[in-house]
Write a protein that binds this ligand. Structure first.
Ligand code: GDP
Length: 462
């Protein structure tokens, strides 16, 4: 079994030839190991000082491996709350590995993925939701996602959860004491008071749950499907978004045969775009595969962008597509608006088949016209115009969402028991359950297996 607190080491930077590479060591023996392999320039160091940078050479016996600087952070003022040493060396892959191997030779163990952060958690410096936020900050796909993760890392989610948990625990304790000591503590009118509190907890929990969809869009990107009949300009539009020629643009109908996936950042929002083959009945087998895939993609998409070719009359194919996407969240893009050939009756026919909240925008994919308005409408549609990771906090983690759903369920049961006039000791069971479910988010009462599973998703060195 792996000892939880022996000295661990790992390469903390990406392993590729780069300007610098960092080897991180944490644990009781990290300073001892450093003393054995590092020779500070100029002076004889008797005792390493915390939060200082030393310059010198990493040596294996008499051979200098690299000229480095080392950072010392003594316990408890370090990332893991243990003695931490970071060796900044030159970033060549072989140098970094050689130093890591040397550190291991002198007694450290290679760290498991996420083990530094796991120690920060086990040593009580951060809670579980903050530890997960570390991973999210590393993985952040865009600025909004990063800001949201940093807020979580600072403890914003934990603070909200802890506040509700404290209030719940207080009420549980009150009920139990009152039941134990009915002579001195009265439960008269308690149910009404508790009912008010439960309502607050339900609302607070619901608010966090409601932020999950937006949170997921922010963290993972919006799964987006571009549809339209062949030649409507789907590839051109994708290219306009990407700002580079990646999809094959062609004048022959039906050449975008398979699906392409691209990620594009638009003013802080990430669209994960699948450019599909035109949806239509076709005899061509290769294209059929694409078409089938397109249908599936539409079903899975969070957002559909429907491109209409306004240079030609409204077509049966457009109707078929409309039928298929009628219940999806969508934006209709009237493409080729530069040609200025769109007939009023076609527009009316289209409009009559849309929901009133579906935006319809003229664009020109070829000449990159109408893109600003598109981004504005996109924000309106997906985030009601207001996405601000500075003010709002979004739940982005499915594990947190599940725990919130479960605690909401328990709060609802308490509410029901109150409404049905059940005895007070009945409330405590569900209150306790909500308390425990919320505890899962911050890592209290979390099974060891789950902790291991979460930290194993980290990269090594973190
Ligand atoms: P797809 O089959 O839907 O992917 O359509 P493409 O992007 O391949 O475009 C088909 C044809 O329409 C190409 O010749 C494009 O240059 C042309 N096209 C696309 N967008 C526009 C536009 O906004 N204006 C004009 N005039 N032509 C466009």
């Amino acid at each position: 079994m792996i000892n939880e607190f022996d000295t661990i080491a790992a390469i903390a930077t990406a392993v590729s030839n780069a300007g610098i590479g960092i080897i991180r060591i944490s644990g009781e023996n990290s300073l001892k190991i450093l003393g054995e392999i590092f020779e500070p320039a100029g002076k004889n160091v008797k005792e390493w000082e915390s939060h200082r940078v030393y310059y010198g050479n990493i040596k294996e016996k008499d051979t200098v491996i690299d000229e480095c600087i080392v950072l010392i952070m003594k316990a408890p003022k370090s990332y893991t709350r243990e003695n931490v040493v970071e060796i900044d060396c030159h970033g060549g892959v072989s140098v970094v590995y050689r130093i890591l191997n040397l550190v291991i030779k002198h007694g450290a163990r290679p760290a498991e993925p996420g083990e530094f952060t796991k120690r920060a958690f086990l040593n009580g410096r951060i809670d579980l939701s903050q530890a997960e936020a570390v991973m999210d900050v590393i993985d952040a796909k865009n600025e909004l996602a990063r800001r949201n993760s940093v807020a979580q890392l600072k403890g914003e989610l934990s603070d909200r959860i802890k506040k509700v948990r404290e209030e719940v625990l207080y009420q549980i304790a009150y009920i139990e004491s009152a039941l134990d000591d009915p002579e001195h503590m009265s439960l008269d009118g308690f149910s009404e008071k508790l009912g008010g509190l439960v309502q607050n907890w339900i609302e607070a929990t619901q608010k966090m749950i409601d932020s999950y969809d937006n949170g997921r869009y922010i963290a993972e990107g919006i799964r987006t499907c571009i549809v339209g009949k062949p030649n409507a300009g789907k590839s051109s539009f994708l290219n306009a978004l990407l700002g580079e020629e990646r999809a094959i643009v062609t004048e022959i109908a039906g050449t975008t045969r398979d699906t392409l996936e691209e990620s594009v950042n638009l003013d802080g929002i990430t669209l994960n775009i699948v450019d599909t083959a035109g949806i239509r009945d076709t005899e061509d087998t290769v294209e059929k595969i694409g078409v089938e895939k397109a249908r599936k993609e539409i079903d899975q998409a969070d957002l559909v962008l429907f491109l209409v070719d306004t240079s030609v009359p409204f077509h049966k194919e457009d109707l078929d597509i409309l039928e298929r996407i009628k219940d999806k969240r969508k934006i209709v893009l009237l493409n080729k608006s530069d040609i200025d050939n769109y007939r009023e009756e076609d527009y009316e026919a289209l409009k009559s088949r849309l929901q009133k909240e579906d935006p319809i925008l003229p664009i020109s994919a070829k000449y990159h016209k109408g893109m600003d308005i598109f981004v504005k409408e996109l924000k309106n549609l997906m985030f009601h115009g207001k996405i601000d990771a500075n003010q709002e906090m979004y739940i982005t983690n499915a594990r947190h969402k599940k725990a919130l759903d479960d605690s909401l369920e328990s709060f609802r049961c308490v509410k029901e028991s109150i409404e049905n006039g059940m005895p007070e000791d009945f409330f405590t069971i569900d209150l306790m359950s909500a308390y425990e479910k919320l505890g899962l988010i911050v890592g209290e009462a979390v099974e060891e297996d789950l902790v291991n599973e979460i930290f194993s998703r980290f990269c090594t060195g973190k």
